[in-house]
Design a protein around this ligand. Structure first.
Ligand SMILES: Cc1ncc(COP(=O)(O)O)c(C=O)c1O
Length: 396
């Protein structure tokens, strides 16, 4: 066994702080039924995870190995995920009168979305904990990413997607050899079937935030943004939110980075964007509620944001409030308009979810919640190439 430098110490309930053993297999906390977070010995990690040491590390998310959960190096399944470009958006920025606009371009990941991060981490840890059969529900991109990593690891895997998931996601899953189930319903319905597969057939369920390690991969977006800004903290981060794991992960990363002495106490304002046709978290935030209410008939072409209810809703709301951020909706038409604008100005063809972040920023500038001279990071979470079927009609 070749040890990594992981400093993982235990798992902790995100609601009650109750501790659990990280050497055992977990989904949600068995007590509170809320997400579990991996905790690390950050004092120890700070000795080796330094600005200097990062200069000579691997160009993938595994460069932050001290704060990753895998203990045996042989268990890491990597296809080169992470360390995606943080593009200084000069052309678009100029057209908007902004000097400090950045796009974190996650479309450069294996399988074309940031989901690669979470699934590289979760599949690796599942293998470490003895799992060889995996399942998950997905809006599309997570299914593609699980399929790629599970195929690379030689595992057995099932994916459950709504039947209206983007065609490229269905096709890639089949190519990777997944047992694909198309569900007549929404992602929450797919989730119920994935749990049934875990109960009846012994598959380990990797539903987002319902197992502790996908968020560990996604948090590396936060580490990278800060490292790529030379260890300074931007004023605003705008994130297209479905299940919420990305925004929750970035928020977790910032907390860890302060304890690692990599940043101070400044935080970016975290902006949660959702689609007009599916905005449970925005609604709850606006109504001062701690938890969201399920959207009955969610409707948006941005499949990744078609999530009627999320188990981590309270964590997203918490990060918006603690950061002094904001929650906002945009329409599908606005997202597509922004897809075109980002493509034409920067040569990046973003997913509609990525487009949503630009639409949100423009609205918040109008409302004077974002200032033109602030440093703003837009998360383009995926590639427009994964949505060709759904956006083609809008682009004529
Ligand atoms: C391209 C894209 N953006 C955003 C999201 C939402 O991500 P999260 O679950 O981290 O909120 C998804 C989820 O499927 C996605 O595929």
């Amino acid at each position: 066994m070749v040890l990594t430098n992981s400093t993982i110490t235990h798992l902790e309930c995100s609601l009650t702080s109750e501790k659990f053993d990280h050497n055992l297999l977990h989904n949600l906390s068995p007590v509170s039924k809320k997400p579990l977070f991996a905790k690390y010995d950050l004092e120890k990690a700070s000795k080796t995870l330094t600005k200097q040491s990062l200069k000579s590390r691997v160009n993938s998310m595994w460069r932050y190995i001290e704060v990753m959960p895998v203990i045996n190096r042989e268990n890491i399944i990597s296809l080169g995920e992470g360390f995606t470009p943080l593009v200084h958006s000069k052309n678009l920025g100029k057209s908007l009168g902004m000097k400090n606009l950045f796009i974190k371009d996650e479309s450069n990941n294996p399988t074309g979305s940031f989901k690669a991060r979470g699934l590289s981490s979760a599949v690796s840890k599942a293998i470490e904990l003895g799992q060889r059969k995996l399942t998950l529900p997905s809006a599309g991109n997570a299914a593609g990413a699980l399929s790629a990593y599970a195929a690379a690891a030689g595992l057995k895997f099932k994916v459950f997607m709504p039947k209206d998931a983007p065609l490229p996601n269905k096709v890639e899953c089949i190519a990777f050899g997944a047992d694909v189930h198309l569900v007549d319903g929404y992602i929450n319905d797919a989730g119920k079937l994935s749990i049934k597969a875990s109960e009846d057939e012994g598959f380990f369920d990797l539903s987002t935030l319902k197992e502790p390690y996908r968020v560990e991969g996604k948090k590396t977006m936060g580490y990278e943004i800060i490292e790529q800004l030379s260890f300074t903290v931007p004023d605003v981060i705008i994130y297209p939110t479905g299940g919420g794991t990305g925004i929750v992960g970035i928020w977790k990363a910032l907390d860890e980075m302060e304890k690692l002495n990599l940043i101070g106490s400044k935080r970016p304002r975290m902006i949660c964007v959702q689609a007009e046709g599916c905005s449970p978290i925005v609604n709850a935030y606006k109504e001062n509620k701690k938890y969201a209410e399920e959207i009955i008939k969610p409707k948006t072409l941005a499949a990744g944001m078609r999530v009627p209810l999320a188990v981590g809703d309270f964590l997203v709301i918490r990060s918006i409030i603690e950061s002094g951020g904001e929650a906002i909706t945009v329409s599908d038409e606005e997202m597509i308009e922004s897809v075109k604008i980002i493509s034409k100005h920067e040569g990046i063809f973003p997913a509609p979810e990525g487009g949503a972040t630009l639409s949100a920023m423009k609205k918040l500038i109008q409302k004077k919640i974002i200032d033109l001279d602030e440093r703003v990071v837009l998360l383009n979470t995926g590639s427009g190439y994964k949505y060709l079927d759904s956006i083609a009609e809008y682009l004529n």
